[in-house]
Design a protein around this ligand. Sequence first.
Ligand code: NAP
Length: 199
Amino acid sequence: MNYAIIGFGKIGQALAKAFARSGIDVSVATTRDPESFASAAAAIGPGVIPKTLAEAVNADIVFLAVRFEAHGDVAKALPTWKGKIIVDVTNAYGVPPEQLGGQPSAKVVAQAFTGGRLVKGFNHLGATVLGQDPAVHGGRRVVFLASDDDGAAAEIGALAENLGFSPIELGGLSEGGLLVQGRGNSWGHLIFKDLVKFA
Ligand SMILES: NC(=O)c1ccc[n+]([C@@H]2O[C@H](COP(=O)([O-])OP(=O)(O)OC[C@H]3O[C@@H](n4cnc5c(N)ncnc54)[C@H](OP(=O)(O)O)[C@@H]3O)[C@@H](O)[C@H]2O)c1
């Protein structure tokens, strides 16, 4: 299994830190030449590998860490996402609901990534918190996952555990998943709730 993070800004770098801390290699990509962010990647760890977008999307599991408005451009990087899991870390805060046809933002992202298996997750915390060691106070920082594909949610749950987090599955994108999605100018009730789970 191999991994990529598309978008290497605040949240992409926070995710990359979690991979580096856990000793799991991850590719990172932006719209730019990989050389332009190679030193930022190296500063996080040797297993954070800068690539072009075209190379990075070949990973089995792709974290989408770009602004919501850019998701369509990333989706176009492959004709089909069949066989891949996309982890939607975007927050569509401020996007008018009518622009999304009234759908939850993650549903709109899922439709753009034709054939892919979409999991919404890792998006409810600010980048500064997400980038910290998730082992806190003798427990593990919680990340929420929502998906219409139970198998994909379970796979990302296992990865979240390997990254040191405590995953909580919320159910489908239009059900529990709404708790972790921005809608218009409001936030789902679990957004920004920094929770720790004890064994
Ligand atoms: N910041 C937070 O605390 C936070 C928390 C939770 C969720 N989020 C969500 O995470 C997403 C990213 O937020 P951010 O704060 O990390 O934004 P950011 O700092 O502006 O980073 C965005 C990254 O996306 C890249 N990018 C833009 N368009 C792209 C494309 N078409 N293909 C590949 N890469 C592209 C940018 O690189 P170049 O433009 O240089 O190519 C940049 O590396 C947003 O949807 C945001 O709502 C953010």
